[in-house]
Design a protein around this ligand. Structure first.
Ligand code: PLZ
Length: 452
């Protein structure tokens, strides 16, 4: 039996995959079912999955499965393949680098691509001040290091994170993450000296940005105290927590308070970074300049790479040898990141994200006007959410959300849910997706909602 990729008339991977939704079996098809059975037997039960398929290729706006189904990708592997899977420039850069060398360990024998990625990050991240960077493997590792760096610089220990915040699954980052299930439950005890402040959430709290900031700052001052506080960490637009966009003025007020009180302001832009929100970074949208910024996901076209970038004085406070890791800034990932950053800067991706925002918001707002179960449509760029509620009470409707998402997957559209209450469908398409596939994806969401 030939594999599904034999059925392709165009080369494997990249935007040359046929850009269509095509179901040739029910989802999951027989080959995917086989794999799911092997997964259940071999992979730890704690590692879940959204779409019950076995991916064999992906590019443009589709994921191809082992049964020959072509699914519309509205998730980008959780906001990672912003350029589209197997972007030709990433493929070329990775192939060239792996043939040259795959690893020396930057802490043993440094190499140029790591330095060049640091230079690029120092240049493209918000603010014209002198910056430095350090590279790591995953978002959680970048967050861990941002906290280490802020503690070392300030000589203080406490860290404030926000309601609905998500920062990872390692011990310290679980402590920073708000939601118990599935991220934290039973995995404690968690790292100490982590405190939580209320997030501006205009759809739910009805506060202006200034009012929400005043409330958060008052809690921080009373319950933690600026003298004890090393850092405040926040996602400028929250990702896993429900694509919560703070009211205007909230972030600038928090940044100003941090600056006045010797507290390092860390923007976690792991999900929002690299053109995702229609700006290179979401901080730019709110006019804030973070002291430190964490990046990962979209940075390297799908290869594992993450970074902390920030004010040189803060970044340089750690003693030599205090930061690092065996694989951090792996040369293959760095080659991919250099190619990716070049594509972001030269192929108009920020503009493409804005076009996607217009398309998605127009379609979803039309749906909302026709169906009161969509309580809110929000977000920027190719990071747009629909929040599902009980129209009578405005209470979150997680069951409806889950059933819409499941029906979409069954119809060949990969959608992700999020939100503290599990009642948000988030749209995170690759920027390489053609408009007609986006429309078709939303048609499928509309039909799923109508049938739910
Ligand atoms: N900070 C803002 O969005 C990762 C997590 C999915 P890692 N988000 C997707 C899941 O269920 O594990 C994320 C994020 C923000 C940090 C992280 C952590 O990044 O690369 O997953 O460690």
């Amino acid at each position: 039996m030939g594999s599904a990729i034999d059925t392709l008339t165009t080369p494997l991977g990249g935007p040359t995959l046929p850009q269509e939704r095509r179901l040739v079996t029910s989802i999951p098809g027989p080959r995917s079912q086989e794999l799911l059975a092997r997964k259940a037997a071999a992979v730890a039960a704690g590692v879940g999955h959204t779409a019950p398929i076995h991916a064999v290729a992906a590019g443009g706006g589709v994921v191809l499965d082992a049964d020959g189904n072509s699914l519309i990708d509205l998730g980008s592997g959780i906001a990672v393949t912003t350029l589209g899977n197997a972007h030709p420039k990433i493929v070329e850069a990775v192939q060239a680098q792996i043939a040259q060398f795959s690893h020396t360990c930057f802490m043993v024998s440094p190499y140029e691509s790591y330095v060049a990625v640091a230079e690029a990050l120092n240049r493209v991240t918000p603010g014209a001040h002198v910056k430095k960077s350090a590279l790591f493997n995953s978002g959680a590792e970048a967050v861990e290091n941002a906290v280490k760096i802020a503690r070392k610089f300030t000589g203080k220990q406490a860290v404030v994170a926000f309601d609905h915040g998500y920062h990872g699954r390692t011990n310290l980052t679980m402590a920073l993450t708000a939601k118990a299930m599935p991220y934290k439950s039973g995995f404690g005890p968690f790292a100490s000296e982590i405190y939580r402040a209320p997030m501006s959430n205009p759809y739910r709290d009805g506060l202006t940005g200034a009012q929400a900031a005043k409330k958060a700052i008052s809690i921080i001052e009373k319950q933690v105290g600026a003298d004890n506080l090393a850092a405040v960490i926040i996602e400028p637009i929250q990702g896993e927590g429900g694509f919560i966009v703070p009211a205007d003025g909230f972030l600038p007020a928090v940044v100003e308070w941090c600056r006045e009180n010797g507290v390092v302001f860390i923007a976690d832009e792991i999900q929002t970074g690299f053109a995702r929100t229609g700006e290179m970074f979401a901080s730019d949208r709110f006019g804030i300049v973070p002291d430190l910024i964490t990046t990962a996901k979209g940075i390297a076209g799908g290869l594992p790479l993450a970074a902390v970038t920030g004010r040189a004085a803060i970044m340089d406070a750690s003693h030599a040898g205090g930061l690092g890791g065996t694989y951090g800034g792996n040369p293959v990932a760095c080659a991919a990141a250099l190619a990716a950053i070049e594509v972001f800067e030269t192929e108009g991706l920020v503009d493409r994200a804005r076009e996607i925002e217009l398309l998605l918001k127009t379609r979803l707002t039309d749906l909302q006007n026709a169906d009161a179960r969509i309580g809110d449509v929000r977000g920027y760029g190719a990071m747009i959410a629909a929040e599902f509620v009980d129209p009578e009470t405005n209470e979150p409707d997680a069951a409806l959300t889950a059933s819409v998402a499941k029906a979409c997957t069954a119809q060949g559209v990969i959608v992700l849910t999020c939100g503290t209450y599990g009642n948000v469908i988030r749209f995170l398409p690759p920027l390489s997706i053609p408009d007609d596939l986006l429309h078709e994806g939303i048609d499928v969401v509309a039909a799923a909602l109508a049938g739910a």
